[in-house]
Design a binder for this molecule. Structure first.
Ligand code: NAD
Ligand code: DAU
Length: 344
């Protein structure tokens, strides 16, 4: 029986990935290892923790001792665990370096020690930095611009070094922006959907013309699974859906789909170092047989519906420690914008 370790499996993409694996018939044992930071949520795995095919371990990927207990016998590691929000990395970057760099290093050491057959590092298109025209290929250099993407880049370089130096059978996936059910409401799409449903301002940074390539989370999970099974060791795989959209376009769609008042759209001062555009060439992952199942409009309709039907899930998050973060991050900027000083 295959023993699979999923770190960060109580987060957004990790929990969607675990559920996808569990829906399959194959015999397996999944260990979800998660620190349950503000971003981790056991409710993301509700109905799936049967204690038979899947077990949960609360812990930190920087803990060498814990990994010595968990990793022996594991066949494959999917490392989703990370600090993931760019805005938080601007406010405080230390936890990003600790988890994303040191945590990955600790995992790599243990994967080597216990001869894990495959290590799948879940990385991001943000490591490439911003691109004006064209698309990033896996061969492009990394030029990260935020403490988050710099930390993820550090992890990628360590994964590469463990493959080159020690022969660790590792692969890296770099996906574009994910969206879908169970995404924390700090991120753009769920923040705008939930604020629209609550009649609160939709705080758009700068001129709202920044572009991201949006991928529905289930499409990314299928690609990660494919790379885990069929990807070539030592290789990087971009995962993009060729769905480039400006933030303003998405905000207007969310207003339309939720029936919110369009006056909620509020332009506020820009994110420092804000990457203008991300775009990925996905030829390599397609050559493994992957293709997206969701267009952006199909995925967005499904996502809006999920947040409409699962208010309790996000209201619980938004009423907790998130309130403090939100007012620190947005409070003054929104007030200023309302007076028309930053408004564009
Ligand atoms: P998330 O913030 O929703 O979840 C991260 C999870 O990691 C949480 O459950 C958290 O509790 C856990 N975690 C954090 N620090 C930990 C530690 N030290 N030890 C153990 N667990 C820890 O993130 P997500 O959006 O699901 O992203 C998952 C991975 O995918 C990350 O590596 C991220 O960089 C990458 N990624 C995300 C996107 C995106 O659009 N969301 C795109 C590309 C790549
Ligand atoms: O590209 C992959 C990356 O996508 C992942 O590696 C990150 O973990 C993930 O957080 C995401 O990073 P972004 O910075 O692109 O996502 P975010 O949801 O924070 O913002 C998306 C865009 O929306 C970006 O241009 C900033 C803008 N934005 C965001 C927020 C939260 C706003 O205009 N207003 C907001 O309130």
């Amino acid at each position: 029986m295959r023993k699979i370790l999923v770190t960060g499996g109580a987060g957004f993409i990790g929990s969607n990935f675990v559920k996808m694996l569990l829906k399959r018939k194959s015999r397996k044992h999944i260990i979800v290892l998660d620190k349950l930071t503000y971003a981790g949520n056991m409710r993301n795995l509700d109905g799936f923790m049967d204690g038979k095919d899947v077990e949960f371990v609360k812990g930190d990927i920087t803990s060498s001792k814990l990994l010595d207990n968990v990793i022996p016998g594991v066949d494959i590691i999917y490392n989703f665990a990370a600090e993931t929000h760019v805005d938080r990395s601007i406010l405080e970057g230390g936890s990003f370096v600790k988890t994303d760099v040191m945590g990955t290093y600790t995992l790599l050491q243990k994967a080597l020690k216990y001869k894990v057959a495959r290590f799948v590092q879940i990385s991001t298109d943000e490591v490439y930095g911003s691109i004006k025209k064209g698309k990033f290929s896996e061969k492009d250099p990394i030029e990260p611009n935020s403490p988050y993407s710099a930390s993820k880049s550090g992890a990628d370089l360590l994964v590469r070094a463990f493959y080159k130096t020690h022969g660790l059978p590792a692969v890296i996936t770099r996906s574009s922006n994910n969206y879908g059910p169970f995404q924390h409401p700090e991120k753009f799409i769920p923040l705008f959907i939930t604020n629209a449903l609550e009649g609160k301002p939709l705080p758009i940074y700068g001129d709202g013309r920044n572009v991201r390539d949006w991928i529905y989370v289930e499409d990314n999970c299928r690609a990660i699974d494919l790379v885990g099974r069929r990807g070539k060791v030592g290789q990087i795989y971009n995962i993009g859906a060729n769905e480039e959209k400006e933030n303003l376009y998405i905000a207007k769609k969310i207003i339309k789909f939720t029936g919110a008042n369009k006056d909620l759209l509020t332009f506020i001062s820009d994110r420092p170092g804000h990457d203008r555009r991300y775009a990925l060439c996905a030829r390599k992952i397609k050559s493994l047989g992957w293709k997206k199942e969701y267009t952006f409009s199909k995925g967005l309709v499904k996502t809006v519906k999920w947040y409409q039907e699962n208010r309790e899930w996000w209201q619980e998050i938004k009423s907790g420690s998130f309130k403090k973060y939100y007012s620190k991050m947005y409070g003054r900027r929104i007030a200023v914008s309302r007076e028309g000083k930053v408004r564009k």
